[in-house]
Design a protein around this ligand. Structure first.
Ligand SMILES: Nc1ncnc2c1ncn2[C@@H]1O[C@H](COP(=O)(O)OP(=O)(O)OP(=O)(O)O)[C@@H](O)[C@H]1O
Length: 344
């Protein structure tokens, strides 16, 4: 088959935090949280994406809020398949889906096992795909960041997502070496929750921790004067309580995460052939993914890694754009991922 698939190609960035869908010729048509709400005990799905996320922390006991991906991989297969189906239903003409089944290209973390890839593939198939192709997330991110991935030049991409940070070196259309760590945005939220619990005996929710992270470690806060008042539950009295948290406190939590990312960058560089390391020394590294928006983190990485560090133009969409762009090379993707055989 040639490279034209009759404009039925859909690219999906199935992320731990957010799912994005791109349709050739239309661009990004959907960008919503990877969250599903289910009515119990019937198990009926009642909301997906933004609507489900808005219910977090506010739902009655008989509504269960589920994040079907954990640390970059599918934790709940059935729910993921139904979520993909619901998203495709919103962006693809469902009246014609059975006669014009879409070709879906979907990205997975570079460290995904065969079983995990199979789960993604089956979920997309169950959602109505004619064929499904899989591309590795850092490769898609590198294409989306406009790096010359097909040339004989070493490029390093660091994709800090919700569940995983992927560090990969790419040259000549392939991954030369890569590492994936389960230290990224969600981990930072947990670390912040842990810090507040230990320091103030206060329990705060995930969205409060995320707000602390985003507001206090952003570019607007360029010194340690930034602070934020947060509400939580006092662990001793059990009553609602407020505390004031400073940027300095949040930055000290972020520092440990930055160091883990920097160690992974250094380890990955150490495994590359000398020519490729030289390319990266002069070209620098590219940061992408939602975590790249955290200036506090990006600046710490810049300081520690001693290489030029650049941030992509729109870090939250570079993976899906790259996945969409990869559609042009579908024959190549098909051959490199061996997925055609798995589509039978
Ligand atoms: N403005 C921002 N500043 C800092 N962090 C942000 C910002 N916006 C989003 N994030 C963080 O980015 C993370 C999500 O990034 P992204 O959408 O790239 O991940 P994902 O693709 O869903 O996850 P993964 O690649 O691990 O599967 C979340 O942890 C979120 O808190």
């Amino acid at each position: 088959m040639g490279t034209t698939l009759f404009n039925r190609e859909i690219a999906i960035d199935l992320g731990t935090a957010n799912t994005l869908v791109y349709i050739k010729g239309k661009g990004i048509v959907l960008n919503e949280p990877t969250v599903v709400a289910r009515q119990m005990p019937s198990n009926e799905i009642i909301a997906v994406g933004n609507e489900a996320k808005s219910m977090i922390g506010r739902s009655p006991r008989d509504i269960e809020i589920i994040r079907p991906l954990k640390e970059g991989v599918i934790a709940d297969f059935e729910i993921t398949a139904q979520m993909i189906q619901s998203f495709i239903g919103r962006v693809y003409n469902m009246e014609t889906i059975w006669s014009r089944k879409p070709y879906i290209i979907i990205c997975v973390p570079s460290g995904a096992t065969k079983v995990e890839k199979r789960a993604v593939l089956d979920a997309a198939k169950q959602a109505g795909a004619k064929e499904v192709y899989i591309i590795s997330e850092p490769f898609a991110a590198a294409i989306g960041a406009g790096l010359p991935v097909w040339e004989p030049t070493g490029n390093m991409i660091v994709d800090i997502g919700g569940g995983t940070t992927e560090v990969a070196i790419i040259s000549l259309g392939g991954i030369v070496s890569s590492q994936s760590i389960r230290v990224a945005g969600d981990y930072l939220n947990e670390e912040i929750q842990g810090y507040i619990r230990l320091t103030y005996s206060l329990a705060i929710g995930n969205s409060t921790a995320e707000k602390l992270k985003i507001d206090l470690a952003s570019a607007k806060m360029d010194d340690n004067r930034g602070k934020m008042v947060v509400k939580g539950r006092d662990l001793i009295t059990g009553l609602p309580e407020t505390v004031t948290v400073t940027r300095g406190e949040i930055m000290s939590v972020i520092e440990k995460t930055a160091q883990q990312i920097v160690s992974t960058v250094i380890d990955t560089l150490a495994t590359a052939p000398p020519e490729i390391s030289n390319d990266i020394m002069s070209r620098g590294i590219i940061l992408t993914g939602g975590g790249a928006l955290l200036d506090g983190l990006a600046n710490m990485i810049k300081k520690e890694v001693d290489l030029p560090v650049f941030i992509t133009e729109d870090p939250m969409t570079s993976v899906v754009k790259g996945t969409g762009e990869a559609i042009k090379h579908i024959d190549y993707i098909r051959s490199t991922t061996n997925i055609a055989a798995e589509n039978t």
